[in-house]
Ligand binder design. Sequence first.
Ligand SMILES: [Zn+2]
Length: 1016
Amino acid sequence: MFPYPSGTLHLGHLRVYTISDVLARFKQMQGYDVIHPIGWDAFGLPAENAAIERGINPQTWTMQNIAKMKTQMMAMGGRWDWDREIFTCDPSFYKHTQRIFLMLHERGLAYQAESIVNFDPVDKTVLANEQVDASGRSWRSGAKVEKIKLKQWFLKITEFQQPLLDDLEILAKGNAWPERVLSMQKNWLGKSEGTRVRFLIESSSGSKQWPDVEVYTTRADTLFGVQYLALSLNHPVVIDMAKGNPYLRSFLATAHKLPPDSKAGFVLPGIQARNPISSILDCDTLVQSLVPVYAAPYVLDDYGSGAVMGVPGHDNRDNAFWRENNKHQPCLTVIKRASNKSTGGSDLYASDMQTPMLEKGFLADGLGKFSGLSSDQAVTEIISQLQAAGLYAKRTENWRLKDWLISRQRYWGTPIPIVHCPSCGPVPVPESELPVELPQLADSFFKGKIGNPLQDLQFWKSTRCPKCDGPAERETDTMDTFMDSSWYFMRFLDPDNHGDPIAAESSDAGLPVDVYVGGVEHAILHLLYARFISKFLATTPLWPSGGGPGNEGEPFKQLITQGMVHGRTYSDPSTGRFLLPEEVDLSEPQSPKIKSSNRVAMVSYEKMSKSKYNGVDPGATIAKYGADATRAHILFQAPVSEVLAWDDASIAGIQRWFRRLWRLSNAHFIPKAIIFQPPKILDSSLAEILTQRYVWGLFDLPGNNTATRSFEKAPPVPTLFSIIKSTESDLWVLTQETIARVTESYDRTYALNTVVSDLMSLTNAIWDMKHSSPLGSVLQWVSLCAVLRMLAPIAPAFAEECWERLHLITSTQALTSTKSNISDGRGGVASIFSCPFPTADLQAMEMLSQTQKCAVMVDGKLKFSTEIPIPPSDLDDKEKLKKWAVRQLRATDIGETWLGEGGKLGWPRVEDCKGEAGAGGEGWAVHVVRGGRTINFVTPKVVEVDQDGEWMGVVIPKKTGVARKKSKGKTTQKGEKNEKVIKSDEMKQTDEGKETNDGQKVAQERETEPAPKLLL
Ligand SMILES: [Zn+2]
């Protein structure tokens, strides 16, 4: 979302534009033609308020701010398409905003009407419903909004309410839009199914007739429980009665200022409302035929028809209102939870309950023919019986959404292109006369100005009627700035088009926007208006395709809502007073002290504001740490959609990481003694790298060294892979995994914090790898090239520097080659952004992380089988191989149940395993055979010798794991179930593939490999 030019960039801007810049750069490196545009939401009240305060033209003030912010944005290292920059306050832009208004007008979707509107007494303008918060305050000035009646311009957004609701489904697919935004929009649209009925107003004196009052309810089944009728403060009945009632007048004067959840009420004297239900009831009940009528601020003018039927027994707000205004009156309950009939009489009961029953259920006993009906049945029945009785009752739907009020009584906005003619009425300005430009005014004109300056400018207002050419006046209202932002994103695709807002071929090619980043605070305002205007334009020649089937004119495919940035805030725990940074001693960052009292200050993270002294100037941060470290820090500290608790101190971690990368790019990991030959092509697969190195004669394979070396005659890939050492293989696999994960994060999950941590881990792996062979250095180099390119979107300048440094040292041959993508063709290093984003070498990853089935035996008997990696080729040392094998087995789940502490083999904890290669207790031995496909553990032997020194056999104590000394005589524990005397023929049977105790076949893989040799 483009910025409002308020004067300085704040950390929220830095965060949102870092995210979009990173994604744009990533896509560009992937080869996409990316537009990352920037412009200015340049109309608006703050500029006009500054003009009035300081005596400066809003235009001058705005352009100054833009210049300042642009400098700051340049400093943060973003790559924006400045050649597409737009200013919504520029006549070349607002000409098209006016054109879109006229297109709406022509279709009857822009109209002028008198209605009760929200008036902001501070900003002296009306506001749309979306711009008034839940407590009735202006979204911008915070002032308590007043309700007044005015003739205003509206856009008929309600014409699109059904598609605006239905197409939330499109946006929900694949989590393209955050669930929270979707549900906020759904609630705002507020579709409900209900019933309209009318209450008759009866005057006790009979002297005056009142029209029936129409009421909309979603719960017509509770009509029996109506105990009062409440009217909005502007309801015609209230207005009319107020004329003759000074008490009511004074109530209204104060009630207009009360919050919308106020429980205040004024009972209208001399009138009562007749509940229509009373005319169709066939029994005597507690149901009240006549109920009092109130004027109450909680009733909205625009909900239904400004009247509410009060059901204290079944509605929260009605309940609260009733108890406030009728402290001693009970509440009627007409719905019960269960359908069973009670044994007689009425269970309609009245109570002073404080918690109404809100759920649907069954109509209570004592309601005659309606008793026992379910809520839904009752609604149907009530409607048909009311209609049969000749009364008004209608099923209907109700929407919370109202038409969008776009008139503003201000100067600094797009003029509404309408001329008011005394004989023709409001007439649209012809397209050829657009733009209707704002008058150029001197700075002094604005000083201390109150109200709308355009109204006083006769020279600007006076014009001719486009229809009859008679004298006429221009419309002096300007448009809500949300009108500008409802379509600006389209203009980026065609910024120099003078004739149209956008050409059809541009919109069809470029819309919808692929990724849109902005704050969740725009969930209803901007994002709803933009969806409306976009859907409208998709019905015009400006965007004929509407994004194709399945898009339905939706403007933004993917929406990312970034979280807020909170600042570190210090306060005095005894008073709660916020402390200035200079009042706090930060020498011990863990316990900051208040200098004056030496007490420990409270630390919290809160929304940045001047009053909390917790603001951070992004310019200062960038100057201190550099743009790239700041960007990486912003991304690393929190997932994009969550609150970022800003803490300067932890940038140190990013700086350490950058220092490592800077040293690595000096190629210090390549020993001077070796001849370093990087792969010819940057993104070669491991198979290609090995083949190339084999052909170059950089390594030998056993028994193959006399063969002529050529690409055609190179040995098969698995043979080449056999020279890779385990550390080399680990690094290659980690690199490929990182590429795959980082790509996924950039592309799909937007988990940009994990991109940073993944790149840090890979950097450390490159750093920590000890030199093992010339191939090892090459693989480190390739991994480093991948890290730098994956880092480039986040830290563009730093990655570029490292890239150049690395290749100037290591790619001297490539730089002179015109074919290499590392060379800029003039002997220098090409920009990192001209190199493609790395792609994972999945083939090598698969081969290197291949596993094989491993049969695990104890003393030659199969105990279990599992998958473990193929042993790396450099584990030629038997001891290393054994240790490796035991470690791999322990890492599997089934291995843990056998070999783990207290597992089936009764081994102690790992540190206490004193057997061979860390297997079991003292005396255990390990044999790894058949290329790691069989591992045999041999239990310690206790040699039984009789008194004459004769051999008696071998006893295997299964559980203890410790060789036992014979206590006395020749008795052993032979009789115990767990013991076994091993004989060589038994082992043989196992080897032949006999079913073992574990019911598994062994030796199915023994065709080629020799049988395990068990040595006793
Ligand atoms: Zn006229």
